[in-house]
Design a binder for this molecule. Structure first.
Ligand SMILES: [Mg+2]
Length: 253
């Protein structure tokens, strides 16, 4: 394996929970290139809901699943989150103090369901930018090793500074010894921004991306696809010459 795709799921590979246009082709390309090209899902979903999509053959079998916004990473044999990644994420994270800071905002923060909370993630529904700014600066002031992420116009996550999708990308490519220039990442919303803006990797913003990604500066290492969802991922991969050319032709026949 000398290449890697790290992709978000919802709004990138799936359209409202269903397989999107282009996913069939993408699945085939992964099958044909399994030896050379690795695949990691980086998602806000839980591991079990992602795993269900793989079991139901909606999504191809990956090499890794980074669940809950890159706060945990699951690898085969899929028994538990990778302990080394957990150690990486946990360094400098003071959960008790984070909770203490957040308790001051209890009245204005609406908690997301329990399945989206973990020892490394506190998640809320928020749409008020001012509240999010206040929480972010309170956390920064308290020096508790946290970062905040706003995504899909409503999800507000507080996670360790050393977690998130870009950390997943870096951790996986180092673990599997893959050059950063051989890594393609794809996403559609705010929690994808950190990995998309990594200048060392190829970033693909799908055509249906949320407004949060509109501010990302144009750059050579980012392709803003015209096509939505998986078709947009394919468009970007092609623009970067990611797949071996003969394979793409073969799949088109
Ligand atoms: Mg998404």
């Amino acid at each position: 394996m000398d290449k890697l795709i790290v992709s978000d799921i919802d709004g990138t590979l799936l359209d409202d929970g269903d397989a999107s246009m282009g996913l069939v082709t993408l699945r085939k390309l992964f099958r044909v290139n399994r030896e050379r090209v690795g695949l990691v899902y980086a998602t806000g979903r839980t591991f079990s809901s992602t795993w269900r999509l793989v079991q139901d053959k909606v999504l191809p079998m990956p090499n890794g699943i980074a669940a809950l916004v890159g706060t945990e990473l699951w690898l085969a044999p899929w028994q538990r989150p990778d302990p080394d990644y957990e150690e990486h994420v946990g360094r400098g994270w003071d959960k008790e103090k984070v909770q203490e800071v957040l308790s001051a905002f209890a009245k204005v923060l609406e908690l997301q369901p329990k399945e989206y909370q973990s020892g490394y993630k506190m998640s809320y529904f928020v749409s008020d930018a001012k509240i999010m700014e206040d929480v972010a600066s309170a956390l920064e002031e308290a020096k508790v090793g946290a970062q905040t992420i706003f995504s899909a116009g409503k999800h507000f996550d507080v996670i360790p500074a050393r977690a998130g999708k870009r950390h997943v990308v870096e951790y996986c490519r180092k673990r599997w010894d893959i050059e950063p220039g051989n890594v393609l990442v794809s996403g559609d919303s705010g929690n994808d921004a950190d990995m998309l803006t990594d200048p060392e990797t190829m970033g693909v913003i799908v055509g249906n991306a949320e407004d949060e990604l509109k501010d990302i500066e144009e750059s050579e290492d980012i392709h803003e696809s015209k096509l939505p969802y998986a078709a947009g991922v394919l468009e970007g991969a092609q623009a970067f010459g990611f797949w071996p050319r003969d394979q793409v032709k073969k799949e088109k026949k």
